[in-house]
Design a protein around this ligand. Structure first.
Ligand SMILES: [Fe+2]
Ligand SMILES: [Fe+2]
Length: 205
């Protein structure tokens, strides 16, 4: 588990455009972690009734996401960032996504986890390149969080033993839905962030 880092506020001050991108990074990440909390909460609610063997892993992931969310929330004030204005969208969208995929059973749960965690991992990878020299403390924290997200992804992929076309399609659909939710709930911040990362020659989006 990643610990909160009080030294997050002790960081070099980046130039204005970079500072704006860093502000967006923590806002988008905070929204994403909040969405993950809602997804796993809904999945746990269903899994407790129908697929209880999935619960221990989902509970561990939920605790990790709560910790990540708190870390990004703590990183906001020193970076002039605030939570997204329409977090409610993430709240509802994440819960519905988690609920519907959990209703499909184990494969639905792990296909959703794999799709969401892969999207998260892709975003964090792009951010790490950008932050390495611009915000070393945030870089260090995201590096630790990425290791836990990767563990979530590996866990889900290990359980998707049946690589049927329907599961691949489900993963693709969830990936698109996740990107749409991130874009909508951050009011385009994620798109601006991706452009800035690309302009800095670090992004793959
Ligand atoms: Fe997370
Ligand atoms: Fe995760």
């Amino acid at each position: 588990m990643v610990s909160t880092a009080p030294e997050l506020s002790e960081r070099p001050r980046p130039v204005t455009r970079d500072a704006q991108t860093i502000t967006r990074i923590v806002r988008v990440n905070h929204a994403g972690e909040f969405g993950a909390i809602r997804i796993y909460s809904a999945q746990l609610w269903v899994a407790r009734h129908f697929v209880p063997d999935c619960c221990p892993a989902l509970e561990d992931m939920l605790q990790d996401e709560r910790n990540h969310c708190a870390i990004f929330r703590a990183a906001m004030p020193p970076r002039n960032s605030r939570p997204c204005r329409i977090m409610q969208l993430w709240s509802c969208g994440g819960w519905v996504l988690g609920f519907l995929t959990a209703c499909l059973g184990r494969n639905g749960i792990w296909a959703c986890t794999a799709a969401v965690e892969a999207a998260v991992h892709r975003h964090l990878d792009d951010q790490l390149h950008f932050l390495a020299t611009r915000d070393p403390e945030l870089h260090r924290v995201i590096l630790s969080i990425r290791a836990e997200e990767l563990a979530h992804l590996r866990h889900a992929e290990d359980r998707l033993r049946e690589k049927r076309a329907s599961l691949r399609l489900l993963r693709d659909v969830i990936s698109v839905l996740t990107d749409m939710l991130i874009w909508l709930s951050t009011w385009g911040d994620s798109m601006h962030m991706a452009r800035a990362l690309k302009a800095a020659g670090t992004g793959s989006i």
